[in-house]
Design a protein around this ligand. Structure first.
Ligand code: CP
Length: 296
């Protein structure tokens, strides 16, 4: 294997091993204990062709925690601005000495193409409306750590599902892990073909869920914020007050405050949003450890 570009095709047993390892690493980091620097001597390049805060910075920190040399690519000040193709950029970075490439790009499938071109280990940091597998992992880690289990939980995935790579990963992984998933949003933002339960109002499902997972409206991919969307699907204080006492709120970030989620709910006691962010570093460390596995 020279890539981690999707959770599809990853056996449940392997996914659960990653979840356990990420959770273990979270404890190690929290306790201030030493991490085995398994990437000592390795070079990791972060090639981000779309904006990012959480993913880019947490990969950077995860790589440094594991002892790697880190190359950070900035599209605006690189030769891409002079017309260099992505293939040439990827080949250049691997020739400079990068052993691992972390790729975010607006085109679905670009991380796989980079892996094919370079032969280097590639981690997908988000490809258009495709996949965001380390987000899926950190979300599962967050749920597992909060509830202590996955099986039997009920999550509502709410909002702009059609344009969301985060949704794609969760729709694949969570049912396999025993989580009941309900899709909530305008009919135009539902997957064309799904065996999951769908709801066209948030009010009819909010009382039943253990987890309300809000998605950002992806305006850069064609999502349009309307008054109707905000009225029908925003998780505001009134709707959150109808949730079960133990139920939690998640969001991958960045948040559109006041659109899919209110200020009060985003910052409220139910919110696991910053916990998701905190699980990003150990989750990415767990994935980067794969690059040192047998056959790499
Ligand atoms: N969740 C997520 O991918 O956030 P960033 O775009 O800030 O990396």
């Amino acid at each position: 294997m020279n890539r981690f570009t999707t959770v599809e095709g990853v056996p449940v047993s392997e996914l659960l091993k990653l979840v356990a390892r990420a959770s273990e690493l979270r404890d190690v980091l929290e306790d201030g204990d030493e991490v085995d620097p398994v990437l000592t001597g390795a070079t990791v390049a972060n090639l981000f062709f779309e904006p990012s805060t959480r993913t880019r910075l947490s990969f950077d920190l995860a790589e440094r925690r594991l002892g790697a040399y880190v190359l950070t690519y900035d599209e605006m000040t690189s030769s891409a601005a002079k017309g260099e193709s992505l293939r040439d950029t990827a080949l250049t970075v691997s020739s400079i000495g990068a052993d691992v490439l972390v790729v975010r790009h607006k085109e679905v499938g670009m991380p796989d193409r980079v892996a094919d071109w370079t032969g280097r280990f590639v981690v997908n940091a988000g490809d258009g409306t495709g996949q965001h597998p380390t987000q899926t992992l950190l979300d599962v880690v967050t749920i597992q750590r909060h509830f202590g289990h996955l099986d039997g939980l009920h999550m509502a995935l709410i909002g702009d599902i059609a344009h969301s790579r985060v949704a794609n990963g969760l729709m694949h992984a969570l049912p396999e892990l025993g989580v009941k998933l309900s899709l909530v949003g305008p009919s135009g933002w539902m997957p064309a073909d799904t065996s999951l339960s769908t709801f066209d109002t948030l009010d009819e499902v909010i009382t039943d869920v253990d987890i309300a997972y809000l998605l950002r409206v992806q305006t850069e991919r064609g999502g349009v914020i309307t008054e109707e969307f905000v009225a029908d699907f925003r998780l505001d204080d009134r709707r959150a007050s109808r949730m079960a006492p133990h139920a939690v709120v998640m969001h991958p970030g960045p948040i559109n405050r006041g659109v899919e989620i209110s200020e009060g709910v985003a910052d409220g006691a139910r919110s696991l949003i910053l916990e998701q962010v905190a699980n990003g570093v150990p989750s990415r460390m767990a994935v980067l450890e794969l690059t040192r596995g047998p056959g790499q």
